[in-house]
Ligand binder design. Structure first.
Ligand SMILES: [Zn+2]
Ligand SMILES: [Zn+2]
Length: 337
Protein backbone atom coordinates (compact mmCIF):
# COMPACT_ATOMS: atom_id res chain seq x y z
CA UNK A 1 0.00 0.00 0.00
CA UNK A 2 1.39 3.41 -0.98
CA UNK A 3 2.16 5.80 1.88
CA UNK A 4 0.54 9.20 1.27
CA UNK A 5 1.77 11.36 4.15
CA UNK A 6 5.02 11.29 6.05
CA UNK A 7 4.58 9.54 9.37
CA UNK A 8 6.55 8.10 12.25
CA UNK A 9 6.03 4.51 13.35
CA UNK A 10 7.30 2.54 16.33
CA UNK A 11 7.04 -1.11 17.26
CA UNK A 12 7.34 -2.13 20.89
CA UNK A 13 9.75 -4.97 20.19
CA UNK A 14 12.62 -2.65 19.26
CA UNK A 15 11.10 0.46 20.86
CA UNK A 16 12.50 2.50 17.96
CA UNK A 17 10.91 5.17 15.80
CA UNK A 18 11.21 5.15 12.01
CA UNK A 19 10.30 8.09 9.77
CA UNK A 20 8.57 7.28 6.50
CA UNK A 21 9.25 10.31 4.27
CA UNK A 22 8.35 9.37 0.70
CA UNK A 23 9.61 12.62 -0.91
CA UNK A 24 13.20 11.92 0.19
CA UNK A 25 13.32 8.99 -2.26
CA UNK A 26 13.93 11.44 -5.15
CA UNK A 27 17.06 12.99 -3.66
CA UNK A 28 19.57 11.44 -6.05
CA UNK A 29 17.52 11.48 -9.25
CA UNK A 30 16.55 15.15 -8.86
CA UNK A 31 19.97 16.36 -7.65
CA UNK A 32 20.89 19.54 -9.57
CA UNK A 33 24.11 19.60 -11.64
CA UNK A 34 25.23 22.72 -9.75
CA UNK A 35 25.67 23.17 -6.01
CA UNK A 36 22.33 24.48 -4.63
CA UNK A 37 24.09 25.86 -1.53
CA UNK A 38 26.38 28.22 -3.47
CA UNK A 39 24.99 31.76 -3.43
CA UNK A 40 24.68 32.06 -7.23
CA UNK A 41 22.43 28.97 -7.39
CA UNK A 42 19.97 29.97 -4.68
CA UNK A 43 17.02 29.43 -7.04
CA UNK A 44 17.50 25.71 -6.25
CA UNK A 45 16.68 26.35 -2.57
CA UNK A 46 13.07 26.19 -1.29
CA UNK A 47 11.44 29.48 -2.36
CA UNK A 48 9.23 31.94 -0.52
CA UNK A 49 7.92 35.34 -1.76
CA UNK A 50 9.99 35.22 -4.97
CA UNK A 51 13.33 34.36 -3.36
CA UNK A 52 15.00 31.70 -1.26
CA UNK A 53 13.15 30.93 1.98
CA UNK A 54 15.67 32.24 4.55
CA UNK A 55 14.73 31.32 8.13
CA UNK A 56 17.70 33.12 9.67
CA UNK A 57 21.02 34.54 8.50
CA UNK A 58 24.22 36.11 9.76
CA UNK A 59 26.13 38.77 7.85
CA UNK A 60 29.87 39.37 7.84
CA UNK A 61 31.61 42.73 8.40
CA UNK A 62 31.07 43.77 4.79
CA UNK A 63 27.31 43.22 5.13
CA UNK A 64 27.23 40.13 2.93
CA UNK A 65 25.37 37.09 4.19
CA UNK A 66 27.78 34.53 5.61
CA UNK A 67 25.60 31.81 7.20
CA UNK A 68 22.07 31.04 6.01
CA UNK A 69 19.40 28.78 7.48
CA UNK A 70 16.85 27.40 5.02
CA UNK A 71 14.22 24.62 5.12
CA UNK A 72 15.64 21.31 3.92
CA UNK A 73 14.33 20.62 0.42
CA UNK A 74 13.91 16.92 1.19
CA UNK A 75 12.14 17.10 4.52
CA UNK A 76 12.26 14.35 7.10
CA UNK A 77 9.53 16.08 9.09
CA UNK A 78 6.72 18.45 8.11
CA UNK A 79 5.73 21.59 9.97
CA UNK A 80 2.04 20.57 9.73
CA UNK A 81 0.42 17.64 11.50
CA UNK A 82 -0.67 16.33 14.87
CA UNK A 83 1.83 15.35 17.54
CA UNK A 84 -0.30 12.98 19.61
CA UNK A 85 0.92 9.39 19.55
CA UNK A 86 -1.79 6.97 18.47
CA UNK A 87 -1.78 3.33 19.57
CA UNK A 88 -2.54 1.29 16.47
CA UNK A 89 -2.35 -1.95 18.50
CA UNK A 90 -0.64 -3.06 21.69
CA UNK A 91 2.55 -3.39 19.59
CA UNK A 92 2.39 -0.43 17.18
CA UNK A 93 2.42 3.35 17.74
CA UNK A 94 2.26 6.08 15.11
CA UNK A 95 2.29 9.85 14.89
CA UNK A 96 2.31 12.36 12.06
CA UNK A 97 5.88 13.19 11.02
CA UNK A 98 5.54 16.67 12.49
CA UNK A 99 8.62 18.76 13.25
CA UNK A 100 11.27 20.97 11.73
CA UNK A 101 14.09 20.06 9.35
CA UNK A 102 16.47 22.86 8.41
CA UNK A 103 19.79 23.30 6.67
CA UNK A 104 22.48 25.60 8.06
CA UNK A 105 24.84 26.66 5.25
CA UNK A 106 28.22 27.52 6.81
CA UNK A 107 29.56 29.96 4.29
CA UNK A 108 29.46 31.32 0.76
CA UNK A 109 32.55 29.23 0.00
CA UNK A 110 31.98 25.84 -1.58
CA UNK A 111 35.07 24.22 -0.02
CA UNK A 112 35.59 25.47 3.51
CA UNK A 113 36.17 22.93 6.29
CA UNK A 114 35.84 24.02 9.94
CA UNK A 115 39.61 23.94 10.53
CA UNK A 116 40.06 26.56 7.76
CA UNK A 117 37.45 28.95 9.22
CA UNK A 118 38.15 31.84 11.58
CA UNK A 119 36.72 31.81 15.13
CA UNK A 120 34.26 34.59 14.19
CA UNK A 121 33.00 32.53 11.22
CA UNK A 122 32.45 29.45 13.40
CA UNK A 123 30.74 31.66 16.02
CA UNK A 124 28.31 32.91 13.33
CA UNK A 125 27.34 29.31 12.51
CA UNK A 126 26.69 28.53 16.17
CA UNK A 127 24.70 31.75 16.63
CA UNK A 128 22.38 30.33 13.96
CA UNK A 129 21.96 27.10 15.95
CA UNK A 130 21.20 29.13 19.08
CA UNK A 131 18.71 31.43 17.29
CA UNK A 132 16.87 28.49 15.72
CA UNK A 133 16.87 26.64 19.08
CA UNK A 134 15.07 29.51 20.81
CA UNK A 135 12.73 30.22 17.89
CA UNK A 136 11.59 26.59 17.57
CA UNK A 137 11.22 26.35 21.35
CA UNK A 138 8.24 28.73 21.10
CA UNK A 139 6.15 25.92 19.60
CA UNK A 140 5.08 23.68 22.52
CA UNK A 141 4.73 20.71 20.15
CA UNK A 142 8.51 20.64 19.60
CA UNK A 143 10.18 18.25 22.06
CA UNK A 144 13.79 17.62 21.07
CA UNK A 145 16.29 19.79 19.16
CA UNK A 146 19.01 17.88 17.37
CA UNK A 147 21.85 19.34 15.29
CA UNK A 148 24.09 17.11 13.24
CA UNK A 149 26.66 17.56 10.54
CA UNK A 150 27.60 14.95 7.95
CA UNK A 151 30.95 15.77 6.37
CA UNK A 152 32.24 13.70 3.46
CA UNK A 153 30.41 11.12 1.35
CA UNK A 154 31.26 8.16 3.65
CA UNK A 155 29.54 10.10 6.46
CA UNK A 156 26.33 10.48 4.43
CA UNK A 157 26.80 14.02 3.07
CA UNK A 158 24.92 14.26 -0.23
CA UNK A 159 26.19 17.82 -0.86
CA UNK A 160 29.87 18.82 -0.77
CA UNK A 161 29.20 22.43 0.31
CA UNK A 162 29.72 22.48 4.12
CA UNK A 163 26.43 22.54 6.02
CA UNK A 164 24.75 21.22 9.14
CA UNK A 165 21.20 20.08 9.71
CA UNK A 166 18.71 20.83 12.46
CA UNK A 167 15.93 18.35 13.14
CA UNK A 168 13.37 19.07 15.86
CA UNK A 169 11.29 16.07 16.85
CA UNK A 170 7.78 15.81 18.33
CA UNK A 171 8.94 12.80 20.40
CA UNK A 172 12.13 11.96 22.28
CA UNK A 173 14.15 9.54 20.10
CA UNK A 174 14.80 6.19 21.83
CA UNK A 175 18.61 6.51 22.01
CA UNK A 176 18.29 10.01 23.46
CA UNK A 177 15.67 8.79 25.91
CA UNK A 178 18.19 6.24 27.16
CA UNK A 179 20.82 8.96 27.72
CA UNK A 180 18.23 11.12 29.55
CA UNK A 181 17.33 8.13 31.80
CA UNK A 182 21.02 7.50 32.54
CA UNK A 183 21.53 11.12 33.62
CA UNK A 184 18.40 10.99 35.78
CA UNK A 185 19.33 7.63 37.31
CA UNK A 186 22.81 8.89 38.22
CA UNK A 187 21.39 12.10 39.70
CA UNK A 188 18.94 10.05 41.83
CA UNK A 189 21.40 7.35 42.92
CA UNK A 190 24.73 9.19 43.28
CA UNK A 191 23.55 12.78 43.50
CA UNK A 192 26.06 13.54 40.74
CA UNK A 193 25.88 14.02 36.99
CA UNK A 194 27.84 11.25 35.21
CA UNK A 195 29.21 13.71 32.63
CA UNK A 196 30.51 16.00 35.39
CA UNK A 197 32.09 12.92 37.06
CA UNK A 198 33.62 11.85 33.74
CA UNK A 199 35.16 15.26 33.02
CA UNK A 200 36.43 15.48 36.59
CA UNK A 201 38.09 12.03 36.31
CA UNK A 202 39.59 12.69 32.88
CA UNK A 203 41.00 16.08 33.87
CA UNK A 204 42.76 14.48 36.86
CA UNK A 205 44.10 11.45 34.93
CA UNK A 206 44.91 13.37 31.71
CA UNK A 207 45.26 10.07 29.76
CA UNK A 208 42.37 10.69 27.40
CA UNK A 209 42.38 14.51 27.31
CA UNK A 210 43.31 16.00 23.93
CA UNK A 211 43.10 19.68 24.85
CA UNK A 212 41.21 22.11 27.06
CA UNK A 213 40.50 25.79 27.44
CA UNK A 214 38.61 27.90 29.99
CA UNK A 215 35.21 26.43 29.04
CA UNK A 216 35.72 23.07 27.33
CA UNK A 217 37.62 19.79 27.52
CA UNK A 218 38.21 17.61 24.47
CA UNK A 219 38.14 13.94 25.44
CA UNK A 220 38.59 10.58 23.71
CA UNK A 221 35.90 8.72 25.69
CA UNK A 222 36.78 5.61 27.73
CA UNK A 223 34.50 3.33 25.68
CA UNK A 224 34.89 5.04 22.26
CA UNK A 225 32.77 3.29 19.63
CA UNK A 226 35.03 4.17 16.68
CA UNK A 227 38.68 5.29 16.19
CA UNK A 228 39.13 8.94 17.19
CA UNK A 229 35.60 9.36 18.55
CA UNK A 230 35.88 12.72 20.28
CA UNK A 231 33.65 14.47 22.81
CA UNK A 232 33.71 18.20 23.49
CA UNK A 233 32.37 18.78 27.00
CA UNK A 234 31.59 22.08 28.77
CA UNK A 235 33.67 22.25 31.95
CA UNK A 236 33.69 25.83 33.26
CA UNK A 237 34.07 25.80 37.02
CA UNK A 238 31.03 27.26 38.72
CA UNK A 239 28.87 26.47 35.71
CA UNK A 240 30.34 23.00 35.40
CA UNK A 241 27.03 21.27 34.92
CA UNK A 242 24.99 22.64 32.02
CA UNK A 243 21.91 21.00 30.44
CA UNK A 244 21.44 23.30 27.43
CA UNK A 245 24.01 24.27 24.82
CA UNK A 246 21.95 27.34 23.85
CA UNK A 247 21.76 28.76 27.38
CA UNK A 248 25.45 28.01 28.04
CA UNK A 249 26.71 29.64 24.84
CA UNK A 250 24.22 32.49 24.92
CA UNK A 251 24.45 33.44 28.60
CA UNK A 252 28.13 33.01 29.53
CA UNK A 253 30.49 35.67 28.14
CA UNK A 254 33.40 34.09 26.27
CA UNK A 255 31.85 30.60 26.00
CA UNK A 256 30.90 30.85 22.32
CA UNK A 257 34.34 32.08 21.27
CA UNK A 258 35.99 29.35 23.34
CA UNK A 259 33.86 26.73 21.58
CA UNK A 260 34.73 28.11 18.14
CA UNK A 261 38.45 28.01 18.94
CA UNK A 262 38.38 24.49 20.35
CA UNK A 263 36.33 23.19 17.40
CA UNK A 264 38.85 24.62 14.91
CA UNK A 265 41.76 23.17 16.90
CA UNK A 266 40.07 19.75 17.25
CA UNK A 267 39.28 19.40 13.54
CA UNK A 268 42.80 20.56 12.69
CA UNK A 269 44.21 17.78 14.92
CA UNK A 270 41.80 15.15 13.58
CA UNK A 271 42.75 16.03 9.99
CA UNK A 272 46.45 15.73 10.81
CA UNK A 273 46.02 12.15 12.08
CA UNK A 274 43.30 11.18 9.53
CA UNK A 275 43.87 13.25 6.35
CA UNK A 276 40.64 13.87 4.40
CA UNK A 277 38.54 12.98 7.44
CA UNK A 278 34.85 12.19 6.97
CA UNK A 279 32.78 12.53 10.13
CA UNK A 280 29.43 12.97 11.80
CA UNK A 281 29.22 15.71 14.42
CA UNK A 282 26.25 15.35 16.79
CA UNK A 283 24.94 17.83 19.35
CA UNK A 284 23.27 16.33 22.43
CA UNK A 285 21.33 18.87 24.46
CA UNK A 286 18.48 18.63 26.99
CA UNK A 287 14.96 18.31 25.54
CA UNK A 288 12.78 21.41 25.50
CA UNK A 289 11.10 21.68 28.90
CA UNK A 290 14.08 20.10 30.70
CA UNK A 291 16.66 22.66 29.62
CA UNK A 292 16.77 24.84 32.74
CA UNK A 293 19.81 24.91 35.03
CA UNK A 294 18.35 22.27 37.38
CA UNK A 295 17.96 19.68 34.60
CA UNK A 296 19.97 16.47 34.95
CA UNK A 297 21.08 16.40 31.28
CA UNK A 298 24.63 17.60 30.47
CA UNK A 299 25.06 18.87 26.91
CA UNK A 300 28.01 17.79 24.79
CA UNK A 301 29.24 17.46 21.23
CA UNK A 302 30.18 14.05 19.82
CA UNK A 303 32.40 13.74 16.75
CA UNK A 304 32.45 10.28 15.17
CA UNK A 305 34.99 9.92 12.34
CA UNK A 306 33.88 7.50 9.64
CA UNK A 307 36.89 5.22 9.29
CA UNK A 308 35.36 1.81 9.95
CA UNK A 309 31.98 0.58 8.66
CA UNK A 310 29.44 -0.72 11.17
CA UNK A 311 28.53 -4.28 10.14
CA UNK A 312 26.34 -7.12 11.40
CA UNK A 313 27.69 -7.27 14.94
CA UNK A 314 27.42 -3.51 15.50
CA UNK A 315 23.95 -3.29 13.92
CA UNK A 316 22.63 -6.36 15.68
CA UNK A 317 23.97 -5.82 19.18
CA UNK A 318 25.01 -2.16 19.38
CA UNK A 319 28.45 -3.40 20.55
CA UNK A 320 31.19 -1.87 18.41
CA UNK A 321 34.62 -3.41 17.85
CA UNK A 322 37.13 -0.53 17.93
CA UNK A 323 40.73 -1.23 16.79
CA UNK A 324 42.12 1.92 18.48
CA UNK A 325 42.29 2.48 22.24
CA UNK A 326 41.19 6.00 23.24
CA UNK A 327 44.42 6.45 25.25
CA UNK A 328 46.42 5.97 22.02
CA UNK A 329 44.01 8.18 20.06
CA UNK A 330 44.40 10.99 22.62
CA UNK A 331 48.20 10.69 22.57
CA UNK A 332 48.22 10.84 18.74
CA UNK A 333 45.95 13.91 18.72
CA UNK A 334 47.93 15.67 21.47
CA UNK A 335 51.23 15.23 19.61
CA UNK A 336 49.77 16.05 16.19
CA UNK A 337 50.74 19.73 16.38
ZN1 LIG B 1 28.50 25.13 -3.14
ZN1 LIG C 1 26.96 17.59 34.45
Amino acid sequence: MAIQLPEMRKDKIRDRWTIFAPNRGNRTSSAPKVCPLCLENENYLPQNCGGPHILYQERDNSGLCSVRVVPNKFLLLMIEGKTDVQNISDVFDRTDAFGAHELVIDSRKHIYPIEAMSPSEVMAVWRCFIARYFDLKKDPRMKFFFMFRNYGKPAGASLEHPHSQIVVYPVIPTDVHKIISNFQHSADKYNRCPACSMVDYELRKKERIVSQNDFFAVIEPYSSMVPYETWIMPTKLGVFHSPSFAHFLNDIPGALEALAKILIDTFDRLNRVVPGLSYNMLLYTAPYGADNEQGSFHWFIMIQPVITTPAGNEKGTGIYANPLLPETAAENLRSSK
